[in-house]
Design a protein around this ligand. Structure first.
Ligand code: ZN
Length: 501
């Protein structure tokens, strides 16, 4: 059995090596590749992805997993070996259920659809992408049907990123959250807008980057096993236990962009750097779900990085870096500026309070489409109605309305938005637990010390990789299921001090 286990691991590591090689090509494409490399790069990445997929769905992998079942069952559920086999089997079974012919059709279609979107969005032309979206909806339903036995048709699609989370449960949780959020947003937005002119000056790029890197080094991001580079759309990427990279984006005329996207991506990266190295190169060697991953990035970005305590320590340092721009700005003014709440049309620009409303609109509309209750042709109107009822504003056009996010145009409909808001809910739930065990964390943050928090997260969340599903992990860490209360309490307390609620 030991030999079969090693044989399985060897095969999984080969698959992972090919995936990492494709990932490195993607990283290069997003950072340093000359524009002329685009054509051949797409082909190279597709070739590696095809090879890794073929290797993974090889029947020998299925046979090894079947032969190892008695071994897995003889071990404790949470042993590393049993977990590695269990997580690999789940991924394998999901991969072999979808015929290669279908995958080829889906990839071909999403790439055509993406191409159409890149011109349709600037041209504000929904009609141009309508037939693509209609086909995407058909293909999304077809994909779900490879996993019969679901309760809601979105469940199999959600499983790809947030395994085990169910559409109807998420819809219930989100609608309760919405009931709480809408009045908070209304209360805040009836008051004067916070002044953020201190962030909108000229801030030289190199100094912004150096400051952000110093902060994430203090957080515990390990630069011996990672690096930070510039890109257009920031992301985090793992090539192995010893190499987890982040990318960031700088705006010289807006200070918040580089700092907070670096803090965010470092949160993702510290999760990956903290995973038990025994899982490296296997399906268990990644963060467990989109929602849990996002909880870790937002915890460092918002709960730590946008807190008053954090800036008590770092604002004087930032003033030293930018004496002309910030020398005469007070901590209070700066703190209000980085926590400004505003009704806006664009999800990616949204603040902590309004952000989830953007996500829930997309999640609900996805379910409506999959259920057959919303025709693609009615999408632009449905979008406008929801923005009016939830956020009190209406997009003047489709460009900043239904066409704004890439997700539906470069993937399936269903399964791609819930992780953002699950992450916000979870980050407060996890942080509450960390504070209950280590009440000193808050005062340590105001001294620029993060070891206690980082170690707690590593021990309780990072280290396990995908050993536990998100639901298992939440139960294990917090002693209960997903719960919106800590998040609502957090928002009420923080924004109740900034505004009258
Ligand atoms: Zn993220």
């Amino acid at each position: 059995m030991e030999q079969k286990f090693q044989e399985l691991k060897k095969r999984l590591i080969e698959v992972s090596d090919l995936e990492s090689a494709a990932g490195l090509l993607f990283w290069d494409q997003s950072t340093y590749m000359p524009a002329g490399g685009a054509g051949v790069r797409a082909r190279q990445m597709a070739a590696l992805e095809r090879l890794s997929h073929e290797k993974f769905i090889d029947p020998t992998v299925g046979e090894l997993l079947a032969e190892l079942r008695p071994y897995e069952e003889s071990l404790p559920f949470d042993s590393d070996e049993a977990s590695l086999i269990r997580v690999s089997r789940r991924k394998y079974e999901r991969a072999v259920k979808v015929p290669a012919e279908f995958m080829a059709r889906l990839v071909q279609h999403t790439s055509e659809s993406y191409h159409a979107w890149t011109t349709a969005r600037p041209a504000n032309d929904f009609k141009a992408v309508r037939p693509y979206l209609e086909k995407t909806l058909d293909l999304s339903r077809e994909l779900a049907e490879f996993f019969p036995g679901y309760v809601h048709i979105a469940d199999p699609l959600i499983d790809f990123s947030d395994y085990g989370m169910k559409a109807l449960e998420i819809r219930n949780i989100f609608s309760r959250l919405r009931e709480e959020l809408v009045p908070i947003v209304e209360a805040i937005c009836s008051q004067p807008l916070a002044d953020d002119t201190c962030l909108r000056q000229q801030f030289p790029k190199d100094r912004q980057l150096a400051f952000a890197c110093d902060v994430v080094k203090d957080f515990g991001f390990d630069f011996q096993r990672g690096r930070c580079d510039e890109t257009a759309h920031p992301f985090e990427i793992r090539f192995g236990h010893g190499d987890v990279r982040i990318t960031t984006r700088v705006q010289e005329d807006f200070l918040a962009e580089a700092i907070f996207s670096t803090l965010h991506e470092a949160g993702h990266a510290m999760y990956e750097q903290g995973i038990n190295p025994i899982f490296d190169g296997t399906p268990a060697g990644h963060g467990t779900s989109a929602g849990v991953h996002e909880s870790q990035s937002r915890l460092w970005e918002n709960l730590v990085g946008r807190s008053r305590g954090f800036w008590q320590h770092y604002f004087p340092r930032l003033q030293q870096v930018f004496p002309e721009q910030l020398g005469s700005v007070s901590l209070d003014t700066f703190y209000r500026a980085i926590n400004r709440v505003e009704r806006t049309l664009i999800r990616t620009d949204a603040d902590e309070v309004t952000y989830n409303l953007h996500v829930m609109i997309r999640f609900d509309l996805s379910l409506d489409m999959l259920e057959g209750n919303l025709a693609i042709s009615d999408m632009p109107d449905a979008w406008r109605q929801r923005y009016k009822s939830d956020l009190g504003i209406e997009p003047p056009d489709d460009k900043d309305g239904v066409l704004q996010d890439v997700h539906w145009f470069h993937g399936t409909i269903g399964g791609s938005f819930q992780g953002y808001t699950l992450g916000n809910i979870l980050n407060a739930q996890f942080y509450d637990k960390a504070l209950a065990v280590h009440p000193e964390i808050d005062s340590e943050i105001s001294q620029g010390k993060f070891d206690t928090l980082h170690n707690w997260l590593r021990e309780n969340i990072y280290y396990h990789g995908s050993k536990y599903t998100s639901n298992e992990l939440i139960q294990r860490v917090t002693g209960g299921p997903l719960n919106i209360d800590p998040y609502i309490d957090y928002l009420r307390s923080k924004f109740g001090q900034l505004y009258t609620l």
